[in-house]
Design a protein around this ligand. Structure first.
Ligand code: X2X
Length: 338
């Protein structure tokens, strides 16, 4: 075969993949592997923007062999449903918060221990280091493959409708929604609040109908999910640092040829690192945007919260539940806790 003819054929064979760049058209052939990824966040959140980039990159680098379809915003059900789907293989990928995946793998909630992390240096040192590896190993035991780079949710802040939170005593009796998460319930009970677990898909409506008076989430989520429409006050409490693990059904993921697994892993991990940067940038302006949207901010001192958690035995209880090995990994990154 002449070189020219071979080049021409090669050029033809990459055409379908080229058509995928930028998502302008469908590949001429159906992808060999059509994978589904579901999450609980609006399309405008950096998690979805970077996930779409990763999907585009995977399509391109695999020459159209792998297609990842994204189902944002709880389209496939709430967190509990998606967690079940990724376990039974109906869903290939899901990004549960550490709090949520802990309903299945309890150790995964350890990063959410109240006031553990002082800043992002500590966060990524722990989650990219020994603590993150320990958690991913536990997820593997229940059939979940976890990509190495955790995605950022952020430091969680408390919003309320009826009155502002100025110190821990304003938490007394507060009807607050927390994610479906034993640690969240335990922590807000320790603060004398009255917490209720609800999936994120139910948060906006339960605030609107006043089933609950308050909720807690990082500022970027409060902004993109428009929670300012149904909440008046926001306390910068930084009480929990939370991230999203990018997980896959391990059986389905390991059934991909090795070269495709590498392409998918690199695309997802790289996108995760960029998403962390997006949240950092977002954090620089989001409070001002929320203020323009009518939210009133308070900055309660963390001391009264920490003291209440300590005195109620919260830290002792969770050290026992997570175990000495994991607790030592956490304290290795953040220093001695209570
Ligand atoms: O449900 C929430 O609050 C959210 C979006 O932060 C999580 O996924 C835990």
């Amino acid at each position: 075969m002449s070189l020219t003819r071979r080049r021409a054929l090669q050029a033809l064979s990459v055409l379908p993949a080229a058509g995928l760049i930028g998502g302008l058209s469908r590949p001429a052939r159906a992808a060999e592997f059509s994978l589904k990824y579901g999450n609980n966040l609006p399309l405008t959140h950096p998690l979805n923007i970077r996930a779409q980039e990763a999907a585009d990159r995977v399509a391109k680098e695999s020459n159209g062999r792998v297609e990842i379809a994204i189902f944002p915003n709880n389209q496939l059900g709430g967190d509990t449903d998606m967690l079940a789907q990724v376990r039974n293989g109906a869903l290939n990928f899901f990004t549960p918060s550490a709090l949520v995946v802990a309903t299945l793998v309890p150790i995964a909630a350890i990063n959410a221990v109240g006031f553990a992390f002082a800043d992002y240096d500590q966060v990524w040192k722990a989650m990219d280091g020994g603590l993150g590896a320990h958690i991913r190993a536990a997820m593997a035991k229940v059939g979940l493959h976890t990509f190495e780079k955790m995605w950022d949710n952020g430091f969680r802040q408390i919003t309320s409708g009826a009155k502002p939170i100025e110190s821990a005593k304003d938490m007394d009796g507060l009807k607050i929604r927390v994610p479906v998460s034993p640690l969240g319930i335990s922590m807000f009970k320790a603060l004398s609040s009255s917490p209720t677990s609800l999936q994120f898909s139910e948060v906006y409506s339960s605030l609107q109908t006043r089933i609950v008076d308050a909720q807690e989430n990082p500022l970027p989520i409060i902004q993109v999910a428009k929670l300012y429409e149904v909440q008046k006050y926001c306390a910068i409490s930084n009480h929990i640092w939370d991230g999203f693990w990018f997980i896959a059904n391990a059986r389905a993921f390991n059934a991909l040829p090795a070269d495709l697994r590498t392409i998918v892993s690199n695309a997802i991990n790289d996108a995760g690192l960029k998403q962390r940067e997006d949240i950092k940038t977002f954090n620089a302006t989001v409070q001002a945007d929320l203020q323009r949207n009518g939210m009133k901010f308070t900055t309660p001192s963390p001391d009264s919260f920490r003291a209440k958690l300590r005195d109620s035995g919260f830290y002792g209880e969770w050290k026992g539940r997570f175990g000495d090995e994991a607790w030592a990994l956490l304290e290795g990154a953040v220093g001695k806790l209570a």
